[in-house]
Design a protein around this ligand. Structure first.
Ligand SMILES: [Fe+2]
Length: 425
C-alpha cells in the first residue's frame, strides 16, 4: 500500500486528468485545417479554434490569473475573444461573430494551449485547494467542449456539398438484428435523487433531495432508426395530432421532414464525422429535437421519461461503460446487444445518445449556484430548456453519471440526441 497522503494521490490524479484531457482535445483537432477550425456554421455552433482557445482561457483566467503571482497572460486580447458568457469577466466578443476570428491562427491557438499547459504543470504543486477545485471544474468543462467540438465540426462539414468526413472510415453497417423492446418497471414511491457528494459534480446536480414516483416502466433500449422509418412511413411529420403546438410550428416553419443529417437518395443515409453512411436500422435514432422525440412517443402510445424516473433507474448502473468517446473513437451510436435474455435490464443508458426527458432544467430544492464567476456556469440557464441524460458516443468516457444534467432548448438537435420511451403502469 502506498504511504502517500490521500490528498497527494488525489492531486496526482487531477494533474493526470488535466494532461490527458488537454491531450485529447489536441488529438481531436489533429485533422483540421486552419479554415476548418475558423468557420462558424450557425449561431449555436462555435468554431473548433474557439473551443480550443476558450477552454484554455478558462484555466488561464480562473487558475493562473487568480492564483499564480506574476503570471503573464499569453495575449491580453484573448480575454475579450474567448470569454463565452461570464458577465463577471466583463465585455466579450459577440457569440454570432466567432467565425470572424481569422486571427489568431490555428497554430497560434495551439501555442496558447501549450503556454497554459506548461504554466499549470509548473505551478500545480503550489496551487491552493480552491484553485484545485476550479482546475477540476476546468477539466470537466473541457470535456464538455470536446463533445461540442465534435457536434460543431459535424454541423460545419455537413454544410459542405462534398460532405467531407472528419475521420474517414469505410462504409459500414453493423447488420445487427434489432434488440427486442421490453418494458422494465422502474422504482416507485419516494426516491433519493441528485448528487450525493464524495466526487465531482456540477452545482446544478444537487442538493440531494426526495421525489415521489408513480408506477411506470422504461423501454429496455433507445428508439431505433428502423422504428423512426416506421414513424416516417406512417406520416409522423405530417400529422399535427402527435405534436406539441410549438413543435408543430417548428416542423412547419422549418420544413422538418426527418432527423438532422438524414438524406434520401433511394435508401436513407445519415452524415456523421465518419462521412455519409447508410442508415443502420438497429442503431438508436440520433439528432432529433425534443419536439420530434415527444411526437414519436405520442405516436407510439408512450411518453418521454421524467428526469427522476431516468435517474433512479440509472443509479445502480456503471456510468463509465457503454459506447462513449475514448481512444478508440466511438463516433456513431451503435445497436443494443441482442443477447437479451428475459430479465436483462436497461441497455444503452450511458453512451450512444443523450436521452431527452420530459423534465424542465430547473433548480432542485435548496439549489445555490457556485461562488464567484463560475456561479454563472449553470444556474442562469434554467429557463426554457429540457434535461437530457446519460451521455452519447461523443461524450468522453468518465464524464457523465446518473445525476448528470445536460440541457438544451426543445428545437435543438445538432447534439447526439435520441429517445427512450416510458409509460405509466
Ligand atoms: Fe465553456
Amino acid at each position: 500500500m502506498s504511504s502517500q497522503p490521500i490528498c497527494a494521490v488525489r492531486n496526482a490524479a487531477l494533474l493526470d486528468d488535466f494532461q490527458q484531457t488537454r491531450a485529447l482535445t489536441f488529438a481531436l483537432a489533429a485533422p483540421l485545417s486552419d479554415a476548418d477550425a475558423t468557420v462558424q456554421s450557425m449561431e449555436d455552433a462555435s468554431p473548433s479554434k474557439w473551443h480550443m482557445a476558450h477552454t484554455s482561457w478558462f484555466f488561464e483566467t480562473f487558475i493562473l490569473r487568480d492564483h499564480v503571482a506574476g503570471y503573464q497572460p499569453f495575449d491580453e486580447n484573448f480575454a475579450f475573444l474567448f470569454n463565452s458568457y461570464y458577465e463577471a469577466e466583463g465585455e466579450r466578443h459577440d457569440r454570432c461573430q466567432r467565425g470572424m476570428i481569422t486571427r489568431p491562427s490555428l497554430d497560434e491557438v495551439r501555442a496558447y494551449r501549450a503556454h497554459v499547459d506548461s504554466a499549470i504543470t509548473a505551478h500545480f504543486d503550489a496551487l491552493p485547494d480552491d484553485a484545485l477545485t476550479l482546475l477540476e471544474l476546468g477539466v470537466h468543462h473541457e470535456q464538455q467542449h470536446q463533445e461540442l467540438f465534435q457536434t460543431d465540426i459535424l454541423h460545419l462539414l455537413s454544410r459542405n456539398p462534398l460532405k467531407p468526413a472528419l475521420w474517414p472510415t469505410p462504409r459500414r453497417l453493423h447488420n445487427a438484428a434489432t434488440a427486442p423492446l421490453r418494458w422494465i418497471e422502474g422504482k416507485s414511491g419516494i426516491v433519493d435523487l441528485g448528487h450525493d457528494g464524495g466526487s465531482f459534480a456540477y452545482d446544478c446536480e444537487g442538493p440531494r433531495h426526495q421525489m415521489l414516483l408513480t408506477p411506470h416502466a422504461l423501454a429496455s433500449r433507445c428508439v431505433t432508426n428502423g422504428e423512426w422509418k416506421e414513424f416516417l412511413a406512417a406520416g409522423g411529420y405530417d400529422e399535427p395530432r402527435h405534436w406539441l403546438s410549438d413543435g408543430w410550428a417548428w416542423v412547419q416553419g422549418n420544413n422538418i421532414r426527418a432527423p438532422l443529417y438524414w438524406t434520401q437518395d433511394g435508401d436513407w443515409a445519415q452524415f456523421g464525422n465518419d462521412g455519409m453512411q447508410p442508415i443502420d436500422d438497429a442503431a438508436p435514432v440520433c439528432h432529433v429535437s425534443l419536439y420530434e422525440a415527444d411526437a414519436f412517443a405520442s405516436w407510439a402510445g408512450a411518453r418521454l421519461p421524467t428526469e427522476p424516473e431516468w435517474e433512479s433507474a440509472a443509479a445502480a448502473l456503471d456510468a463509465h461503460s457503454g459506447n462513449q468517446l475514448d481512444a478508440a473513437g466511438a463516433i456513431r451510436p451503435a445497436p443494443a446487444r441482442t443477447s437479451a435474455k428475459a430479465g436483462d435490464g436497461l441497455a444503452q443508458m450511458f453512451g450512444d445518445v443523450w436521452e431527452w426527458t420530459g423534465s424542465a432544467f430547473r433548480p432542485y430544492p435548496g439549489f445555490k449556484p457556485a461562488e464567484g464567476a463560475v456561479g454563472e456556469y449553470n444556474g442562469k440557464f434554467m429557463s426554457g430548456q429540457f434535461v437530457l441524460k446519460g451521455g452519447s458516443c461523443a461524450t468522453p468516457r468518465g464524464h457523465v453519471r446518473a445525476c448528470y444534467r445536460n440541457f438544451f432548448y426543445p428545437h435543438q438537435r445538432w447534439q447526439y440526441t435520441g429517445v427512450r420511451l416510458a409509460k405509466d403502469i
